[in-house]
Design a protein around this ligand. Sequence first.
Ligand SMILES: *Cc1c(COP(=O)(O)O)cnc(C)c1O
Length: 951
Amino acid sequence: MNTNLFQLRHIGPRTNEQETMLKTISVDSLDQLIYETIPDDIRLASKLNLAPAMSEYEYLNHINELAAKNNVFKSYIGLGYHEAIVPSVIQRNILENPGWYTAYTPYQAEIAQGRLEALLNYQTMVCDLTGMELANASLLDEGTAAAEAMALLFDVRERAKKKAGANKFFISEEILPQTLSVLQTRAIPIGIELVIGDHTKFNFEDDFFGAILQYPGKHGQVYNYADFVTAANEKDIKVAVAADILSLAKLKAPGEFGVDVVVGTTQRFGIPLGYGGPHAGYFATKDEYKRSIPGRIIGVTKDVDGGRALRMALQTREQHIKRERATSNICTAQVLLAVMAGMYAVYHGKDGIEFIANKVHTTATTLAASLNRLGFKNKNTSYFDTLLIEVEADILRPVAENNKINFNYIDKNHVSISLNETVGLGEINDIVDCFEQAFNIKDIIVTEFVTEDAIPSAIKRNTSFLDNDVFNTYQSETDMMRYIKKLERKDLALNHSMISLGSCTMKLNAASEMLPLSNPQWGNIHPFVPLNQAEGYQAVLKNLEHQLNVVTGFAATSLQPNSGAQGEFAGLMVIRAYHQANGDNHRNICLIPASAHGTNPASAVMAGMKVVVTKTDEKGNIDVADLREKAEKHKDNLAALMVTYPSTHGVYEKAIKEVTKIIHDNGGQVYMDGANMNAQVGLTNPATIGADVCHLNLHKTFAIPHGGGGPGVGPICVAPQLVPFLPTNPVVATGGENAITAISAAPWGSALACLISYGYITMLGADGLTNSTKNAILNANYIKERLQGHFSTLYTGEMGRAAHEMILDCRAFKEKGIEVVDIAKRLMDYGFHAPTVSFPVAGTIMVEPTESESLAELDRFCDALISIRKEIDTATKDDTNNVLKNAPHTQEMLTSDVWNLPYTRKQAAFPLSYIADNKFWPSVRRVDDAYGDRNLICSCNPIEDYMETEA
Ligand SMILES: *Cc1c(COP(=O)(O)O)cnc(C)c1O
């Protein structure tokens, strides 16, 4: 046997274990199991047509060869992206550490206090620098954050009576081009009229509900927005500002102008350029909008013992949970990148951030003075890091490129040059040399920095920031390393045990898939470089698109969306464009089964569609009669069906082809939510079931780690008729010939993260991918079998099989006073993260083991659940002082001098023998969500501040 196959590393159960498991579930072979699971008429006839699998060694050679094809220039292009230095201590201990990158979104707060604290630091940093009251724990990028700001202001406009019905939004012409494009995409379907212009000439008319400004402007000019904001406030026009986070260390905080929302990216806080992403977008606003904030907010609360604890605040109000009433669909965000950016601020501290901002500014003024000496004028009268130089671009450009330098070429006579923290005198001289060579000017050598200041005093920052202890304590590497470790130890990630979250596919994120991310040949490429500098990237992205086409059976792929929910929005916008191209502008009805994920209806509404919910029958399947009736009723206006396959109930619905045909017969297109693609790869595909477009969650099925809640990549794959409409980018054209405007800021979304999925597919090949799917189904059915008699599975296929996940019904335990959260918290004592709780059915848990878990781990998990089931049997409704209600149990509690609970310490913390060998201690006791929501604190103020707020 070739033991070098990557699939043997990726798939958990050994061959002999697979046989044992097959016996347990009473089938002869994996193929027999698949036959009993996936309906015949959608099974693929042949193997995926992919290149032969590479070994890990071969792949690493291959990816390094491609990396060498990227030509890394010094990029001074700016436009929202700047080369940054990733502190090595952060790179090694976070970016390259599975303890951080394999964690899940911190829904189970008691085993996620580490990343919750890291995110609270991030929010504090954003609040401080922007001068706002509240920040969320990241959005996808600056462009989408700006679109979220617009959507929020549109949503809250009704509160200002004067503004009811106002639908115009002003965009300063200084906005970044990609942000403008994303704003256009989001505005049009929901009826917002955009007016783009010069902010100094804006008339503040009554039919405007909001405006957005760029700070500094796209070519570096810094404006004083005080008058604009005052005038807008008088007219009740709400103002958002897209601000460069580093510049805010020197510039007056937007909050001081009285703006309503501040957005931007934290990329330049120690995150690689990565050809466009992933980076954390930030979003900060006023307390009064806390109920309307998109994304997740981390807040302070207490646990049952009164100790300080963190958790996701206002959790039940996460936007997409409002379904068709949501104003945003964001789910996966950019947590790992937010953690890194927050840590950058922790490590540099207040003084360090000030130093970096001063240094960047000084290099800019020095360069301006030097170019001025050569006769080149900087047109920016007030600037932070970017010069706008009058120069013949056609002459400068070839020389600069010859010297491996990129500027932003605006037009024939203007270039902008944006400096960053990597620039010193050497780089300044290199830039100056380009001008000298291009225009045959006599050499000057810049030998010292000029200390002149290009920021007028009226917009100079004179308020403090990052004063909190956390930003002023960890400046030595030893301290920093230990701080990161301290937080990491509080979090349960995949490097401790299985995380069986249904619908989330927490599979192995292999080291060989991750290694290339640390290579600066991938990290240091600006998204807007000429294509010939990014040949390595272009090869990977094209290959990955091809691989995903093969896997889905579709004609083309857009890698631009950087989350599943964004893929949904992109796919629906493509469908919308298709209908419009056919003259069917009126087609706006979107059918969505009741069991769908909340992002589905939220995305449909964002795409300007009206949601019609279709019923699910008692077996959990789409009620075909109801669907047909609704499709026919709306046939003149039917736009689309959104369907998840296999369903969120974990079933391969037999009627799927009939369902997709009904939609087509009535003029609609079929959108398949690909979150469950791990149950399809190599065995069936969306094209075969009759879908027209799907998104894939590369961070579920294709091995991008969840990073504690992001990054994600949510490409859409489409049938031939939709190819022309795939999204473009205003700076580097992508997509189809009738492309819709941008979905996210960067042309290929989070290109750096795409390397992971490319590695996954390349190393598994057709056989490895298909075997992964089969083993995912095997693992799920094994768990189902082992839990028989203890937990009942809510839905199964026609032959009694689960798909790759199953729903365990816990509703009957209510009679014993036990809720599903009690089971979730008790699992922590057994060393496991809870499965998905109460989705898609309230009072249940949804288990998805993935193919990566071995038999031994599956057995430990089943043993834990069976043991918990016995504990449930002994519980009673009247006595809540039991091991389930008190879970989780902390080390502090167990080792305390007093113990007067009606069970032993061993029963509390070591109920099964396997636990002692690998005990995980939750760091806080059960958190009090309601308390924290009543006393919302979302930045790391001193502890006394929040204890006093208790009403
Ligand atoms: C995860 C998921 C989504 C949303 O994907 P994100 O990447 O989190 O935006 C949508 N639908 C289903 C069924 C999912 O499981």
